[in-house]
Design a protein around this ligand. Structure first.
Ligand SMILES: [Zn+2]
Length: 848
């Protein structure tokens, strides 16, 4: 021992004596530096932790935004008359809210006793509970975690931190910190606002919480398990419900009554211990065989799911987009608001219009005989070698084409035939040891159709149908909104005639010549009948859907101008590089256009030139009635009222005598205007027409872009007229109002100049100040020496009709312009008798 001690001392002395002063100082400096570094490190660590904490707290949702209202309430959609159309709810969105005084005290106490016994004492967080939770977690090596969350925190977790089900570990820690911070803040702010924080929190909690079996909130749970209102729950029933929230699947009283019973007994024990109930009450509740009643009642619970209409599909999609764009919601937040936010969505749907459309689109008589069956199919296979392969319907198509059937397409004569090809293909690609992971198959009737009806005065959509036949699922393909198809000649009005009239480049009386004309790339512009028709007025060119004249006019105004107008008319699918070309006049565009957007663009013409973005709702409010979204647009003026009227007047002729005669409505006392569109080889047939009441656009064709055969080109008329006839039943006779900025002038229907002696006269409309000022001199008759000036009345009439026939193709030639009203012009009668036939022959229908 001594030796040892001496040794140590000696060693110490040796050290001291052998260390030079400088070296000693170095050590001290080093030690000091180390100490400082260590302390700095600690301080830095503390600062960083504090900074991180601060950051987390700063990221905490504002208490004002932290809506503690449950987010699991059914939303409701109302039609334009305020009637409920349907209820929207997700799996957790079927709540019906009840106030705390409708919830029995036993229910309130049961949940407090089992979930958060110090609820009425703590300030939002419970330090006792937290310490206990840490001890439990540590002692179990983090394998167990005791629920340290107070009811306040659980409420925040459910209604504010809604992403907790998918969060990472870091996010979880972050959320926990924010939750605690916010729990204290919430109770404080409620107290400061003069409310009873415990009552508010407990009420919201009981309306929020998941009681299993798809029942969210105590009222829905009471109905689901006991078929009664929450207020009528007995003590034993309250205890059953209070047992569930900790683990709604495990304690589901229908599926696992024993598990629930065991925890329910704990609830009752806790309630007894915490003096919420007496021993007698406890005994009575314990002996109640509550699970028999649950079993009986749950047998009658139905979980049938209804299919949304195309209108509701699109309405949901619009509300979602607007919540994201205008309210800054994420997609998930928007979805949760729609399906479980208790929104009230006031739609623009007219149930009468929507149901007429649906009934016409599901009526097989309206569609061509021998309709085909289109196939939508996909398959995912895990191969024996461990790889995963996806097979598509396009791959199936290629397979059979390569097998030698070059014309194999995805349309079949029957569902059985389609299925047999799927089976053959599957047999070829799925081998021994492969596993089919997923397969999707559906059969759709072809050819297809879609339609939109808009009230042009507001831009509100009254009805929309995105496909034929019975709708079999929600949020399925809606051709009216999702499919972009070629608009054909319907674009002439929007891209060319509208802008040219608006800019004063033409009037309806301007004459243009249909002759050989090439696009700047050298391609020749052809009419649908492959011939040219010489000189004609713009009105006539619109009526007959002349291609050459439209192409010449867009060249005159430039494709850029046409493009600009289309954009202002709400067409969003144009390609700013590729679509600023002359073919824009005829609707030859890169991507196509949706039926909804095309109809809305025409609705602008019908609405005196004012464009409204098509609206599916007027207003969306939250559960408390606060307005979240509102569609109160006053619209954008794209065309002058005079321009819109001139286009309308020309398109009335399209209906009476031009390419739209097949679309005439039964009630001729209601004015109607419209324009057809056809694309190459009849792959798309389009028509948009309007009355003073509604604008209705329709598309027909194959999803797969096949050609519509001869007998498949008429159902477009059938559908359009059937729907329009029915939705105009009982509507008053009405014409398109001639605006004050438009004047009527008698012109020569051939030269477009002011009517002179001998001219075939017609009345034409002009925007104020644009009427011709020169009188036509081309038709002054050469004196006829002996022709009797006393022409018999019946001959006069016949002659007049002849002129009509020349102008109108013979059908229904009683229009407002030319022909009618000119019968009294003796010179014209003579002209018709002796040479008036020169107008006929130019009027053969040039196509669509
Ligand atoms: Zn003339």
């Amino acid at each position: 021992m001594d030796l040892g001690k001496a040794g140590v001392i000696a060693e110490g002395e040796a050290l001291e004596s052998s260390a030079p002063r400088v070296g000693y100082r170095v050590v001290v400096v080093l030690l000091r530096a180390l100490l400082i570094a260590f302390l700095s490190f600690i301080i830095l660590g503390i600062c960083m932790a504090a900074g991180a904490y601060r950051g987390i707290i700063d990221d905490t949702p504002e208490i004002s935004d932290a809506n503690i209202m449950p987010m699991g309430f059914a939303s409701f959609i109302y039609d334009r008359d305020g009637n409920e159309v349907r209820k929207l709810n997700s799996v957790n969105g079927n709540r019906v809210s009840v106030s705390l005084d409708e919830i029995p005290l036993n229910m309130q106490h049961a949940i407090v006793a089992i979930e958060d016994s110090r609820f009425y004492e703590h300030n939002g967080v419970d330090p006792h509970g937290m310490i206990r939770a840490v001890i439990v977690a540590l002692s179990s090596g983090f394998s167990r975690s005791e629920g340290a969350s107070t009811i306040t925190q659980q409420l925040l977790k459910n209604n504010v931190f809604t992403g907790w089900m998918t969060e990472t570990k870091t996010q979880r820690i972050e959320r926990k910190i924010q939750e605690q911070y916010l729990a204290v803040e919430l109770e404080k702010s409620l107290r400061e606002a003069g409310e009873d924080p415990k009552a508010v929190i407990l009420e919201n909690y009981l309306n929020t919480v998941n009681f299993g079996n798809g029942a969210y909130g105590v009222q829905t749970a009471a109905q689901t398990y006991f078929g009664k209102n929450a207020r009528d729950l007995t003590l034993s029933e309250c205890a059953v419900l209070a047992a569930i929230p900790q683990n709604p699947s495990q304690f589901n009283p229908i599926l696992y009554p024993e598990e629930n019973a065991s925890r329910m007994h704990t609830v009752l024990e806790y309630m007894l211990e915490q003096n919420y109930i007496t021993q007698d009450e406890y005994n009575e509740a314990m002996s109640d065989n509550v699970y028999d009643r649950i079993k009986e009642n749950s047998a009658s619970v139905s979980t049938e799911e209804e299919v949304y209409s195309y209108f509701v599909d699109e309405l949901i999609s619009q509300v979602k987009q607007d919540l994201m764009a205008q309210k800054g919601y994420t997609e998930a937040q928007a979805n949760s608001a729609i399906y479980s936010g208790g929104l009230k969505i006031y739609s623009t749907e007219d149930p009468a219009v929507q149901s007429v459309m649906e009934s016409e689109f599901t009526n097989p008589d309206n569609f061509p005989e021998g309709s085909e069956v289109g196939l939508d199919w996909a398959l995912t296979v895990d191969k024996a070698d461990g790889s995963r392969v996806n097979y598509s319907r396009e791959m199936l198509q290629t397979y059979f084409q390569e097998q030698g059937d070059e014309n194999f397409d995805l349309n079949f004569s029957s569902q059985e035939e389609a299925q047999s090809y799927v089976d053959q293909y599957k047999a070829a690609v799925v081998g021994e040891g492969d596993t089919i992971v997923a397969e999707r198959i559906s059969f759709v009737p072809e050819p297809q159709a879609c339609m939109t009806v808009i009230d042009q005065s507001t831009g509100e959509v009254r009805g929309i149908v995105g496909g034929r036949g019975e709708k079999t699922g929600s949020l399925t393909l809606d051709r009216a909104t999702d499919s972009e198809r070629q608009p054909g000649s319907t674009f002439k009005i929007l891209s060319t005639y509208g802008p040219a009239l608006e800019r004063g480049e033409i009037t309806l009386a301007t004459t243009e010549t249909d002759d050989q004309f090439n696009y700047s790339d050298g391609q020749e512009v052809k009419n649908s009948d492959n011939t040219h028709h010489g000189t004609m007025t713009v009105r006539k060119a619109i009526e007959t859907s002349n291609n050459v004249i439209a192409a010449k006019l867009i060249t005159q105004i430039t494709p850029e101008v046409g493009y600009d107008y289309l954009t202002r008319l709400g067409i969003t699918t144009l390609d700013s590089d590729k679509d600023t070309t002359q073919s824009l006049a005829l609707g030859g565009i890169t991507n196509g256009v949706s039926n909804l957007e095309l109809t809305a663009a025409y609705a602008a013409v019908a609405n005196k030139g004012v464009y409204n973005k098509p609206a599916f709702y007027t207003k969306v409010t939250d559960r408390s009635g606060n307005v979240l979204l509102e569609n109160a647009s006053s619209g954008t003026k794209v065309f002058k009222e005079s321009t819109a009227y001139l286009l309308t007047s020309a398109m009335e002729d399209v209906m009476k005598a031009g390419t739209g005669t097949q679309f005439q409505m039964e009630d001729t006392s209601i004015a109607v205007a419209g324009k057809t569109g056809t694309t190459d080889s009849y792959k798309d047939l389009v028509f948009v027409g309007y009355t003073p009441y509604y604008t209705c656009g329709i598309w027909t064709g194959y999803d797969t872009n096949e050609e519509l055969s001869e007998n498949e080109r008429q159902y477009i008329n059938t559908l359009w007229t059937n729907v329009m006839n029915r939705i105009h039943e009982g509507k008053a006779a009405k014409n398109f109002a001639v605006p004050g900025s438009v004047e009527e002038v008698s012109i020569c229907s051939q030269s477009g100049l002011l009517a002179g002696t001998g001219c075939p006269v017609s009345t034409e409309y002009f925007a104020e100040g644009t009427a011709p000022t020169t009188v036509c001199t081309q038709h002054i008759p050469t004196p006829v020496p002996t022709a009797a000036p006393t022409v018999a009345p019946d001959i006069t009439q016949e002659a007049s009709q002849g002129a009509d026939a020349g102008t109108y193709d013979g059908t229904n030639g009683t229009g407002e312009d030319s022909g009618a009203g000119t019968g009294g012009n003796i010179w014209q009668t003579i002209q018709n008798l002796f040479g008036g036939g020169d107008t006929s022959g130019t009027d053969t229908e040039t196509g669509q």
